[in-house]
Structures are given as C-alpha cells and as structure tokens.
Design a protein around this ligand. Structure first.
Ligand code: GFB
Length: 317
C-alpha cells in the first residue's frame, strides 16, 4: 500500500470506520479524509458527487451504513434497504466519476442464503433465499458488491469487497433494542450487575450459532485486501470459530462478573440458524485473525465501562 496516497473512510464515526482509520494511522498513512453525516449525507447523490469531485481521494473505504441487530433489521427492512442501497450506489458512482482508483466496499455475511452450506464459501452468493429478518440490508449489500464487481469488469476500476462475519469491539453501539447481540449482552449483564437484578432477559432460544470477529481484526483485513495488486472481487472475513448464542451469553456473563440468571424469551426471533464464513480465500492470501473471543470480550467489557464512565458511549442511533 502506498501510504502517501489520500484515503477516504466513509463512516469514520462507526465501529468499522473508526477501526479502519486507526489501522491506516498505524500504517503511517497521513492523508485520511473523513466527513461527518452533517457534512456529507451519502444518501444524497448530488452532495456525494460534489464531495468526491472536490476531494478526489486516491482510495475509498466504504464503511458507512445503517446497521443494527436482529431487532432493528426486522422492524425496518424498508429503511435498511433504501438507505444502504443509496449509500452503495452514490459512493461507488461518485468515486468512479471523480477518478478514485481504488475502492473497498464493506458488506456483511448476511448476504448469503439463510440455509447456505457451512462454512459459507463466497460461491454461495445468490444460490438461495435470504434470511427474512435482514433481507433489506442483505439486498442492499448484494447490490453494492455487484456494483463494485461490474465497475471493475466494465470500466477497469479496482473496486472490490469484503464480507465480514458478526463484528464487535471498540466503539460499538450499546442500544439494547436495536443493537447487535454481543454489545447488547454486555450492556444487559452490566446493568443487571450494577442494579443487582436476579434475571437477564435474552432473545430467542439460545441455539443459533454465530461467528464473532473483533473489529480491529477486520480493519487489518481491510488493509491486507488493499495491499493486494489483484484482489478477488469478494472475500469473506471471519474468525473461523462458532459459538452458540447460549455459549456467548455464558462468556459475557463471566466477563462482566454478573450473577443474574438468564431467561430466554422464545417469542423473540432466532434469525438464521447458523452463519459461519469460510475465510479460506483471505487466509490463503496471508491474513489471519489475532484477537480470540475471550480476550476480545474482556477488552470490550473494560472499554464499555470506561466509555460509560466518560459519557463517550453510543446507546442508540
Ligand atoms: O447480532 P444479532 O442481533 O443479529 O444476533 P444476527 C441475533 C441473535 O442473538 C439471534 C440472539 O439468535 C437472537 O435471538 N439474541 C439473544 C439477541 N439475545 C439477544 C439480544 O438481547 N439482542 C439481540 N440483538 N440478539 C445480524 C443482521 O443478524 O447480523 C445484520 O440482522 C447483520 O443485518 C449482522 O448482518 C452481522 O446475527 O441475527
């Protein structure tokens, strides 16, 4: 990677974008452009075109998205589809018009069919029906990765994508209604511990299997992908380790020191039964995850406590 290039990280205030900015700085990249939502609304095509034309980065990393856990997604498929579709279409098109040489688009492992073979290879894309709880988000991300593939094929632009598994870590959103499962569990167990509650209510049956990756491992994967001269159009990024939601709950409870009993609310959705990425392709190109789940959870609990104490924490959208 040429560290003298100008990088634009879309979504730099989010968990993924902020991790990418930190990783670029660690690499010695000095010219990193960012724009807050107020400065640039990526769902606005004219504004996005104008921003790219004025700033002309060499490389763009598209980590901006409306994201959320199973609750947020299943309640708002229309919003997740339209906002993420606009962000993908506007950034890819505006980047190309402005001569951006390289673009890395970030998606999610929910692009794959609900009942894809496990671990899920990249080739499973579009081979079956999607999980209904996040169909809107998945469709937008499929459109985004296909846009990159087609701009590369049709116009020779070096635009490519990574599809991370379930992420967690520094700067996560601790919204107990709309958030992802891991930060939500941290918040629920911490609240129960400090309130002395007897029970913590979790969703579903606890039987679904999920794979978790620390966001700093994903950020290194992004830099790794950007280092490749001829990257595959699409690569999965996962830790390779699967845990059940029930196991995850026990791990988070232990990490917080909470003694409350877990109650499972089976009226809430389980979502897809299993979602383990096959990350052989990226691993064969030299990337590997470094943060194991126990250590990552311990670190995230400590960061949650610090963020809560300082008031610098996201508890909703
Ligand atoms: O991270 P999460 O919300 O989303 O995890 P997905 C959902 C799983 O955790 C389900 C269980 O099996 C839930 O039943 N769960 C248990 C809980 N307790 C809780 C809780 O208190 N809160 C939450 N949120 N879940 C998301 C997609 O799917 O994965 C997104 O909706 C994205 O689009 C993301 O792709 C990576 O893993 O099911």
């Amino acid at each position: 990677m040429d560290t003298t290039q100008t990088f634009y990280v879309a979504g730099h205030r989010g968990m993924v974008g902020s991790a990418v900015v930190r990783a670029l700085r660690r690499r010695g990249c000095g010219r990193i452009l960012t724009a807050t939502h107020r400065e640039l609304d990526l769902t606005d095509q004219a504004a996005t075109r104008a921003w790219f034309a004025a700033n002309r980065p060499d490389v763009a990393v598209i980590a901006a998205a409306r994201v959320g856990g199973i609750g947020a997604n299943s309640a708002a498929n229309a919003t997740f589809l339209i906002e993420n579709l606009l962000i993908a279409a506007n950034t890819v098109e505006a980047a190309f018009r402005a001569g951006v040489r390289r673009l890395l688009f970030l998606g999610s492992s929910c692009i794959y069919p609900r009942l894809a073979p496990q671990p899920i290879p990249e080739g499973a894309l579009l081979s079956g029906p999607l999980e209904k709880t996040n169909e809107g988000y998945a469709l937008a991300k499929i459109a985004g990765l296909k846009l990159c593939e087609f701009y590369r094929r049709d116009f020779g632009a070096l635009y490519h994508s990574l599809m991370p598994t379930n992420l967690y870590g520094t700067g996560d959103n601790y919204d107990v209604v709309g958030g992802h499962v891991l930060p939500t569990m941290i918040r629920k167990f911490e609240l129960a511990r400090t309130n002395g509650d007897a029970f913590v209510d979790l969703w579903g049956t606890g039987t679904p299997l999920r794979e978790f990756l620390h966001v700093d491992d994903l950020a290194e994967a992004c830099l790794h992908a950007l280092d490749l001269d001829d990257p595959p159009d699409l690569m999965n990024v996962g830790s390779g380790r699967e845990v059940s939601i029930r196991q995850l709950a026990e791990m988070v409870r232990a990490a917080t020191g909470c003694r409350a009993e877990i109650r499972w609310d089976a009226s809430k959705p389980d979502g897809t039964p299993r979602k383990l990425c096959d990350s052989t392709l990226l691993r064969s190109l030299g990337w590997e995850p470094r943060i194991d789940l126990e250590a990552g959870i311990a670190r995230t609990v400590a960061e949650y406590r610090e963020a809560l104490a300082s008031g610098d924490i996201r508890l909703g959208h």
